[in-house]
Design a protein around this ligand. Structure first.
Ligand SMILES: Cc1ncc(COP(=O)(O)O)c(C=O)c1O
Length: 400
């Protein structure tokens, strides 16, 4: 039995069977490279699903992590900690929000957003409004409330009923359907600016403006889920900045601490009034260690102008991928993206292309069975993107 086979067997024995894993083990990573137990090298175009936006195992982040690990790791939110404030101030400097609540994951950040919207409506607005309207095809997490908010049906939800009340989803792009779904019980509309798990689908500009107008007219809140799209990924700090809007609440996680678990819910001062001591809490959220690392991440994103870099590299990639679409009409039906949040939709089942790419050393994701999804590190070399596109070209040329 190889080391890989034995790892697979032991995983099956000891870990809950919730993941369809790729047939790859990873033992080491650096920048945009991964290595398996046999020493085989891969180009990582997925970054741990948009988490390791600065590349793997950077020395400067490792130094901050090690230094903080010797100073203060965790004391709980019963205490004031300067690392937390430093991180919050840096985060708030990237956007129009005024206050942060730190969590440990994207789902928890979204839970906080949903809870804040309901609490704000009841305690500040004196309205018994609690419903959250989301978009079909969206993904907001796996806790019961965020799973219910997720605009998908099928295995993701099957077997978990009863799901919490107060959620509905409407088709993307249909402002009339959204308007019709709003009632006096509606607290908020919650959307991703670019649907990630849904297949890299940016919302249309006019549609977002119409949502903002609707939210204003009905005096309800706009929550934007930036768990995947945030932190320079799309070519701006936050995807909502492409639409020049200010959400009442938005959420972040994934890349916040470049691999350490961290989430954040950000809100305007007005909406943040909904939370008072005891309203909401977490044991781990915003510990000194993750906050210090996150501060460093935010510094690096600023110093290395990674939003601009993501925009430039994303434009380059989309331009080149569109040439492949022209070369293989029918095989590539759509190239989509914003910055380095990229999708290539194939006109046929993508599993064969996906495994051939992996066999040739490229790690990415296949969404919905037909969309090659790439979320490379924002520091990725142009040569790595070129190498991927050339390999995809070769694979598509060989296929009937
Ligand atoms: C848009 C969006 N929201 C929420 C989540 C859930 O985040 P987490 O897995 O950290 O709970 C994800 C995860 O992929 C996501 O892409």
């Amino acid at each position: 039995m190889t080391k890989y086979e034995s790892l697979v067997e032991n995983t099956k024995k000891s870990i809950c069977n919730t993941y369809g894993r790729y047939p790859v083990d990873v033992t080491k990573a650096k920048g945009s490279r991964l290595w398996d137990l046999e020493g085989r090298e891969y180009i990582d175009l997925l970054s741990g699903i948009s988490v390791v936006n600065l590349g793997h195992c950077r020395e400067d982040i490792a130094d901050v992590m090690a230094e903080q690990a010797r100073k203060l790791v965790h004391v709980s939110n019963l205490f004031y900690q300067e690392e937390q404030v430093e991180c919050a101030e840096k985060l708030l400097a990237t956007c129009d929000a005024d206050k942060v609540f730190f969590s440990n994951s994207g789902a928890e950040a979204n839970e906080a957003a949903i809870k804040l919207a309901r609490k704000y409506m009841r305690t500040v607005k004196n309205r018994d409004a609690y419903e959250i309207i989301t978009l079909e095809g969206s993904f907001h997490g796996r806790t019961l409330a965020t799973l219910t908010a997720t605009g998908q049906t099928g295995p993701i939800k099957d077997g978990f009923s009863p799901l919490p009340e107060g959620f509905s989803s409407v088709p993307v792009g249909d402002i009339e359907a959204m308007s019709a779904a709003v009632s006096d019980k509606t607290a908020a509309i919650m959307v991703e600016m670019v649907q990630g798990e849904g297949g890299i689908k940016p919302l249309a500009h006019d549609y977002v403006q119409a949502i903002v107008a609707l939210v204003k007219e009905k005096d309800i809140l706009l929550i934007v889920d930036e768990v995947q799209s945030g932190l320079c990924r799309t070519g701006k700090w936050w995807a909502h900045q492409h639409y020049a809007i200010t959400p009442d609440i938005f959420t972040s996680a994934k890349a916040l601490a470049n691999g350490l678990p961290m989430g954040a819910m950000l809100a305007t001062d007005e909406v943040a009034k909904g939370f008072t001591p005891g309203s909401h809490a977490t044991t781990f959220g915003g510990s000194a260690l993750v906050s210090k690392v996150s501060s460093k991440v935010l510094d690096i994103m600023t110093e290395e102008k990674l939003a601009d870099r993501a925009a430039e590299m994303g434009d380059f990639f989309i331009g080149e991928a569109l040439k492949l679409k022209d070369k293989y009409p029918g095989k590539i039906v759509s190239v989509r993206g914003l910055g380095l949040m990229l999708g290539i939709e194939l006109g046929f089942d993508g599993n064969e292309v996906f495994s051939k790419l992996r066999d040739k050393g490229f790690i990415l994701n296949l969404t919905k069975g037909i969309i090659l999804r790439l979320l490379p590190a924002l520091t990725i070399e142009r040569a790595d993107l070129v190498s991927f596109l050339n390999t995809l070209d070769e694979i598509l040329a060989e296929m009937d």
